[in-house]
Each structure stands twice: as C-alpha cells, then as structure tokens.
Design a protein. Structure first.
Length: 551
C-alpha cells in the first residue's frame, strides 16, 4: 500500500530497464544455504528480492544453495520454505536447488580445464593458505599450477570417481597469484568430500565451491539482479570472471548492507550454538531472532515486512535498534488485537457488600481502535483477583492504584474502596484485600460526578481460568553482543520469566494459536504454539505496551 522508498538498487534496476540490458526483465532470487533456520536478517533479503520482483512484475526464484553436504539437512529446507511462505511470499513454480546443477557445473569445470583456466592442485589446505600471500604480499604459484590440460582432465575425473581421499587435492581456477584482490589468487572451484548429500545421495565425491556455484546458478536461471550482502563485494570480480571465461549469460551482482540488530546475534553459526548448547529451547524459542521464534513470540508477517521496508537498504553496515522492531509490532497489534483481562500475579479481593451468589455480566469493548470488533460480556462477582502490585500498604505519592482507604475504578465495572487487608502471618505478605463497592457506579462512572484516578483490570475468581505466562527480555545484555568479548558471556540470565497460576478472564479458554491479544495494561500476548494445550494454557508476551527499555 505504501510507496516504496527509492534506493540505490531500484535506481540500478531502473537504469537497466531503460537501457534494455536484460530485455526489460527483472528476475531476482533468494538463495539460502539450508544449514539453519532463517532469521530476521534473511527476512530483509527475502522482502527485498521478492518485493523488487513484485514491484517490477518480474519473478523471484527460491533457490537452495545446497553445495555443502553434511551441514545441510531436509529439516532446514522445510523450515525455510515454511518461513518464506509465512512471511507472505510465493515463489510459484520457481523452486530450485543448486544441487540440480551439479552435472552442468561439472561440465563447466571441465570446460575451464580445457581452456587452460583451471588445474588440479595437490598442495595441502595449509600450504594453499600459505601460498596465498597477504594484502601486502603477492601469493606464490603452486608447483602443480602448470600441469598439462590432459593430466588435469584425468585427475579431475579421478577426483569425481572417488579415487582420492578428502583433502588430497582441489580444482583451482588459474587466474593470478599476484592479484591485488586475494579472492582472485587461484580460488578453489571444487573440493573432495565423500559425504552424503540430502538430495544427490552418494552420487558425488566432489562438490563445487560457493563462488563457482553461485554465479553459474544465477546464469542458468536467467537471474538479472543477483542481490547479496556486502561481504561478497570482493567476490564480485570472481563472479564476473567465471561467467566471462565461460562466455555464458551474465547477471549483475549488487551488494547491500546486512541487517544487524541490537541485543541479538544474526549469524547462523552463533544461533546454532545457542540451540545446541541449550541456551535456548530450540530454533523457535520465542527469544530467538529467527522467523520461527518471532512467529511463536506473536510477531505478525505484516509487522516484519513493514520493519524491512522501514529500515531500507544501504551500502554501509549499521546497527538497527531492536526497539524499532518492537515499536512496529506494537503499532500493528494495537490496531488488530482484542483487549482482554488477565491477572499475572493475582491478589484476592473480596467485595464485602456485594451479594454472595450474584454474578453480573459486564460489557467490554473488544478494541477501542476498531469498533467493528464489537463487545463481549465478562462476569463480575464478589471475589475477584487484581494484580498484586496494584496495591500498596503505604502508597507512594502519585500512586493512583489501591491502598488502605483509597477508591479506584474496576474496568467497566464499579468503583471500589479498600477497607481492610489481610497479611500472611508468617511472611507478612498481603494476601487478601477487603473492599466495598458503590452500586451507583456500574459501568465505571459515578452519577455524583466524583472522579477516581486509577483504573484496574480484574478477573472474577470463580470464573477465572489458570494459565502459565512467559515474559521475555532481550537475549543479551550488551547492545552489540559481538563487541567486547565472547557473545555468550553477555547472555541475559533473566531473558525468560515464567509465571504460573495466572488468572485469565473466561473468554480466553477458547483462544487459539495465532490469535493475538492485548492483556490490558500488560502488553500483547499470544498462545504458545508448542507448549500450550486446552488443559494447560501457556501464553507468550510478544511485547510490552510501552517501551520500557528506552533510556
Ligand atoms: P549467516 O551469516 O547468518 O550464516 P548467510 O548469509 O550465510 O547467513 P545464507 O543462507 O547464505 O546465510 O543467506 C541467504 C541470503 O540471505 C543471502 O543472500 C544473504 O546475503 C542474506 N542474508 C543473510 N543474513 C543477512 C542479514 N543479516 N541481513 C541481510 N541479508 C542477509
Ligand atoms: Mg551463506
Ligand atoms: Mg554467513
């Protein structure tokens, strides 16, 4: 609905369309490696690639970059598909796997060997590294660099046939060991890996490297704009070299800055560590910055898409404040979430002058932001629960909630006055309030015009349902967990607070996974899609009502 902001990528595409560089087509791709679950950084790339394709009436390919067997699993493929679809994008018939190109990639490699542009190198991995040189020093040529074409063809065929062990040799591009760009110093194109592949099984003993696979996959698929993150800027020269040497269709690689978010990490390697070392309960732990974690936490796809549009794309790396993501989901849920009452830390209240067996149905507006959402009835009776911290024995100044002798409004019900309180003899903790109500104030207003400052939420004790409620805080205590030591040292020990025995209004007994609520005065919540059952409800707090982190 909103007009997309201009950015440098749209500018490049507009120019290409004007000059008919790619026959006025726009074909992008999202190319995840299936070695982990997608995170919010990937969402930026998904929104960009699918978004541009939609905007220019082109297509966006979903391509699994699955050339790294062992680390890749079908579970990841399935989760990635689910997450992209959940975000609202559709690749239609354009689902591809780089592994489907293994035969053609092999032929391309043979072609390079025949052109004298690739050779089999027997140097060990360590020696290859040593020979590579540094930024200030040129590299050294391998003694195997000038093998005759015939010998290279034979050796490469033997590599493929499985005659050598992992690491015995590699196929390298023959470019320039003195190139200023280290990526161009005879990069590896193929390595031996006798590992089962999730799609090609044991067919291959050699696997192509990323830099060889990616450009050719883009070329085979007729991609026009191959958008990747800034780390690949140096690899563009190799991307172009491979396609030029093979004289095949040549897409344009464009780099943009990856998303970094405060108080979290966006690297699959680190997220895997959090999962396998048990710092979180899984990839979809609601504290994780993964798409599945955010979904379980209660985030909507609309909010994530809006966030990605809002942060834009740039050429320079930067850090985005997590508070922006929270602001956007809050705005979204404010419009769409039904208001309900839930008491997280219950304190019993007895209304002494309210008839013992009486129950009244109080009418509640479901969402003041959206009259179309209607209203519902909530039962009121003599014994209620309110939030424990809505009562103070000695209320501080400016505290407008309950205290001895004070009067407050119970939301959509009555004015009540606290006339007494009971303490636990052992702990000294207040365990029960005794109040009176004013029957004239039904609905929440006094006919005599008297005002009260505080309005509390409540639930009727006899009608309340029990639930567990999980409150979340940042996973890390440092704004940038990657700075100033190992990121795991700043894991937040209080990132999860589990409250049991919470009391909810009875309408919540029918809540379903995927419905989001505003618990009045407490924040936005949703049912936990994994741990909740009709017998024992579990709710997650998506976000608080106000930004409590802002300093
Ligand atoms: P990680 O660094 O987390 O392991 P990756 O880049 O290795 O991620 P891929 O599966 O290769 O993960 O990523 C698929 C696409 O998503 C790539 O085009 C990559 O550039 C993009 N992407 C990954 N992380 C981010 C990020 N933080 N911000 C923007 N785009 C990202
Ligand atoms: Mg990658
Ligand atoms: Mg990476």
């Amino acid at each position: 609905d909103s007009v997309p902001a201009p950015n440098f990528i749209r500018y490049i595409i507009d120019e290409d369309l004007k000059t008919s560089k790619f026959d006025k087509r726009v074909v992008t791709r999202f190319p995840p490696e299936p070695n982990g679950y997608l995170h919010i950084g990937h969402a930026k790339s998904i929104c960009l690639n699918f978004g541009l394709a939609a905007e220019y009436k082109g297509t966006c390919h979903m391509r699994f970059d699955d050339t790294n067997p062992g680390k890749e699993e079908t579970e990841y493929v399935d989760s990635i598909k689910e997450d992209v679809q959940w975000l609202g994008f559709d690749w239609k018939e354009h689902l591809y796997y780089a592994s489907d190109y293994f035969d053609r990639l092999y032929e391309f490699a043979v072609e390079l060997i025949k052109q004298g542009k690739a050779y089999v190198d027997d140097l060990s991995a360590d020696d290859i590294r040593l020979y590579r040189g540094t930024l200030t020093e040129p590299g050294k040529e391998s003694p195997f660099r000038n093998r005759p074409v015939e010998e290279n063809l034979e050796l490469f065929e033997k590599m493929r046939a499985g005659e050598y062990e992992d690491g015995a040799c590699v196929l390298r591009a023959k470019i320039n060991m003195a190139a200023p760009n280290i990526v161009m110093r005879d990069p590896a194109l193929y390595r031996i890996r006798k590992v089962h592949h999730h799609r090609t099984g044991n067919k291959w003993n050699i696997y192509p490297m990323y830099d060889f696979t990616h450009c050719l996959s883009d070329s085979i698929e007729g991609i026009t704009h191959s958008i990747c993150t800034l780390e690949f800027e140096n690899n563009r020269e190799l991307y172009d070299w491979v396609l030029d040497e093979l004289k095949v269709y040549h897409p344009r690689q464009i780099e943009f800055a990856r998303l970094n978010l405060t108080y979290t990490v966006l690297s699959k390697r680190k997220l895997i560590e959090l999962v396998t070392q048990g710092h979180v309960t899984g990839w979809d732990d609601p504290r994780m910055p993964t798409i599945s974690g955010l979904r379980r936490r209660g985030y909507t796809p609309e909010a994530i898409r809006k966030f990605c549009e809002r942060i834009g794309v740039a050429k320079r790396d930067s850090m985005v404040d997590m508070a922006l993501l929270e602001y956007i989901i809050r705005e979204d849920l404010n419009k769409s979430a039904a208001r309900v009452m839930a008491v997280l830390r219950p304190l019993k209240v007895v209304i002494e002058n309210y008839p013992k067996d009486q129950v009244e149905e109080m009418e509640f507006v479901n969402n003041p932001e959206d009259p179309g959402m209607g209203s519902r009835n909530v039962p009121f009776s003599r014994v209620l629960y309110i939030e424990r911290d809505d009562f103070f024995e000695n209320p501080p100044k400016k505290f407008f909630r309950l205290g001895p002798g004070r009067e407050v409004r119970l939301r959509y019900a009555y004015f009540v006055t606290c006339v007494d309180f009971i303490k636990d003899e052992q702990t000294g903790e207040v365990i029960e309030l005794r109040c009176t109500y004013d029957p004239e104030t039904k609905g929440g207003n006094a006919p005599d015009g008297r005002k009260v400052k505080g309005t509390l939420h409540w639930v009727s004790a006899a009608h309340a349902i029990d639930a567990e409620v999980r409150l979340y805080d940042h996973l890390f205590t440092r704004e940038n967990p990657n700075e100033g030591g190992d990121y795991k040292e700043c894991l937040n020990p209080n990132s999860l607070e589990t409250l049991t025995g919470c009391k909810l209004e009875p309408s919540l007994a029918n809540s379903k996974s995927g419905i989001r609520y505003q618990f009045e005065r407490l924040g936005y919540f949703c049912l936990d899609s994994k741990d909740s059952s009709s017998k024992s409800l579990v709710f997650n707090r998506t976000v608080t009502l106000r930004d409590t982190w802002a300093k």
